[in-house]
Design a protein. Structure first.
Length: 461
C-alpha cells in the first residue's frame, strides 16, 4: 500500500493519500511514507491535509522535514501547529533548531507556551525535562469519585496520558496516582482519598533519560509523573517518547561501534557527501593505525624470509584475535549499558575474560593444530616422506596452537577492558572501542605470533 501511495504522490496525485485520513494509525503511516519521499514532495503532500490532520502528522515527522514545512507555512499556520503540539513534541522541535531560529520561532508561541518552552530548554539536553508532556490529568483527594469524573469530562481531553489520574494537594504536590478503571469501578459517593493506596512511582525533572528508561522497565508503566525538587507535579513522560529516545541512542551506539560517526538523520535522508564525511574519519584513523601492523611485520622481516610458510597464517592469527576482541567488547558495552556492570567491576571482568580467552584460545588452537596435521598427511608423499609442511610440520602446528591461545586471550582481555577504561575516563565506550580493539589486537597479534614462532623455531633457525 505504501509503495502504491508513494508512486501516486510522485505522479502528483494526492487523492489516494487523503482518502483514508480517518484511520486511527493514519498519521504514523503517513510519516513513515514521507520518510521515503524527496523533501519537496513531502512538503507538498503535507500541505494538502486539513489543519487538524497536519497537527497530528507533524509530530511523527523527522526534524529536517518539520523545518522545511515550517519554512513553507504562513506565520498563522505555523503558530497554530506549534501552539497545539504536545509540550514534549514542541520542545523536541525547538531542540532541533539553531540558536538564531529558536528566538524567531519563540515569537510564534502564546505567552503560556513560550514561558513553558523557554523554562524547559534550560534543562540538560538528555534530561527528563526534554520529554515532559504538560497535558496531564490531576484531581484533588477531597473530591468524590463522581466529582472527579465530572471534572475530567469538563476539563480534560482524551490523550495517551489520560489512563492514569494524578492526585495533588492544594499546593500542586503529587500525592498519589489512580488508574482510570478505579474511578469507573468505585461508588460515586466515595472520596478520592478512600480509593487511594498511597503508592506511586515518579521521575524527577532533573533525572536523565537513562534513569527514566530504567524506571519504566522496572515498574512496567506506560506513563510516569514528573515532579520538581519540591514534589510539585509539572508533567508526564510517556513510554513511547522514552522508547524513541532509547532507539535513537541504540542507533547511534551501533553506528559508532561500527567505526564511524553517528548520523544526524535517517540513512535515506542523509546526503551522499555527509555519509562520506561521517565514515571517512575513523577509516583514515584505522588505516593509519593499521600501518603499525606493517611496521611490526617489518621488525620480523628476517624471520619471515627464512620461514615464509608461516606468513600464510598471519590473517588467521590476527582475525581470530580481532573476532574475540569484538565479541568481548560487544558483551561488556551492552552489559554496562544495561547497568549490569560498572567500571568498579573491572577485576571481575578481567578474571572472567582471562578464563574465557584461555578456553576459547584452546578450542581454536586445537582446531588449528588438527587442521595442520590433517593437511600435512593428506598431502604426504610416501617416497620422500614429506608432507605439505615438510619435516618440521609439527613445529608449525605447535606454533599455531600457542599463537592462537595468546592472541585470542589478548583479544578477549583487550576487548573487555578497553570499554571499561573508556567508561572510567567518562568517554562513550561505543564510540572508540571497535577502532581501538581492532588496531591493538592486529598489531599485538603479529608480535605474539612471531615471538612464539621465534621461541619454538630458535634451534632450527
Amino acid at each position: 500500500m505504501l509503495a502504491y501511495l508513494r508512486e501516486k504522490i510522485l505522479e502528483g496525485d494526492l487523492s489516494e493519500l487523503l482518502q483514508h485520513s480517518k484511520d486511527e494509525d493514519y498519521p504514523a503511516e503517513v510519516a513513515k511514507l514521507f520518510e521515503t519521499l524527496p523533501i519537496e514532495d513531502t512538503v507538498k503532500a503535507f500541505l494538502a491535509f486539513p489543519e487538524k490532520l497536519q497537527l497530528k502528522i507533524f509530530s511523527f515527522l523527522d526534524h529536517v522535514v518539520q523545518g522545511r514545512i515550517m519554512d513553507t507555512l504562513t506565520r498563522v499556520q505555523a503558530s497554530y501547529i506549534l501552539n497545539n503540539l504536545d509540550s514534549n513534541d514542541r520542545l523536541s522541535f525547538f531542540d532541533s533548531l539553531k540558536a538564531w531560529e529558536v528566538q524567531d520561532y519563540l515569537g510564534y508561541l502564546n505567552d503560556k507556551n513560550k514561558k513553558a518552552t523557554f523554562d524547559l530548554m534550560g534543562y540538560p539536553e538528555k534530561s527528563v525535562a526534554r520529554l515532559i508532556n504538560t497535558n496531564f490529568t490531576a484531581i484533588r483527594k477531597e473530591m468524590t469519585v463522581g466529582e472527579a469524573q465530572e471534572h475530567l469530562r469538563r476539563y480534560h481531553q482524551d490523550s495517551e496520558v489520560a489512563n492514569m489520574i494524578y492526585v495533588v494537594d492544594k499546593d500542586g504536590k503529587l500525592v498519589d496516582d489512580i488508574p482510570v478503571r478505579r474511578l469507573v469501578l468505585n461508588d460515586q459517593s466515595k472520596t478520592i482519598s478512600d480509593i487511594m493506596d498511597g503508592f506511586y512511582v515518579k521521575l524527577n525533572i532533573k533525572d536523565s533519560i537513562e534513569e527514566a528508561i530504567d524506571r519504566f522497565k522496572e515498574y512496567d508503566r506506560i506513563a510516569l509523573p514528573v515532579t520538581n525538587p519540591d514534589n510539585i507535579l509539572v508533567g508526564v513522560v510517556t513510554i513511547d517518547d522514552v522508547i524513541d529516545e532509547a532507539e535513537e541512542k541504540d542507533t547511534k551506539d551501533m553506528q559508532q561501534f561500527g567505526g564511524m560517526e553517528s548520523l544526524d538523520l535517517p540513512y535515506v535522508k542523509t546526503s551522499f557527501f555527509t555519509l562520506i564525511q561521517k565514515r571517512s574519519g575513523w577509516l583514515i584513523i584505522l588505516f593509519l593505525s593499521e600501518m603499525l601492523t606493517a611496521t611490526a611485520m617489518t621488525h620480523f622481516q628476517s624471520e619471515i624470509n627464512r620461514l615464509t610458510f608461516l606468513s600464510i597464517f598471519v590473517p588467521l592469527i590476527i582475525s581470530s584475535g580481532g573476532n574475540s576482541g569484538s565479541q568481548a567488547a560487544t558483551l561488556i558495552i551492552r552489559a554496562m549499558a544495561l547497568k549490569e556492570l560498572s567500571p568498579r567491576n573491572w577485576w571481575y571482568v578481567m578474571r572472567r575474560e582471562i578464563m574465557a580467552g584461555l578456553t576459547l584460545g584452546l578450542i581454536l588452537g586445537t582446531i588449528g593444530f588438527l587442521r595442520i596435521t590433517v593437511w600435512h598427511y593428506s598431502n604426504w608423499d610416501p617416497v620422500t616422506t614429506n608432507g605439505v609442511y615438510h619435516t618440521h610440520w609439527y613445529l608449525v602446528a605447535i606454533t599455531i596452537f600457542f599463537s592462537l591461545i595468546g592472541t585470542v586471550m589478548w583479544g578477549t582481555i583487550s576487548g573487555a577492558m578497553i570499554p571499561v577504561l573508556l567508561k572510567r575516563l567518562k568517554l562513550d565506550p561505543a564510540t572508540s572501542s571497535a577502532p581501538f580493539v581492532a588496531t591493538l589486537v592486529d598489531v599485538t597479534g603479529i608480535i605474539i605470533y612471531f615471538t612464539v614462532a621465534l621461541s619454538i623455531w630458535k634451534g632450527i633457525l
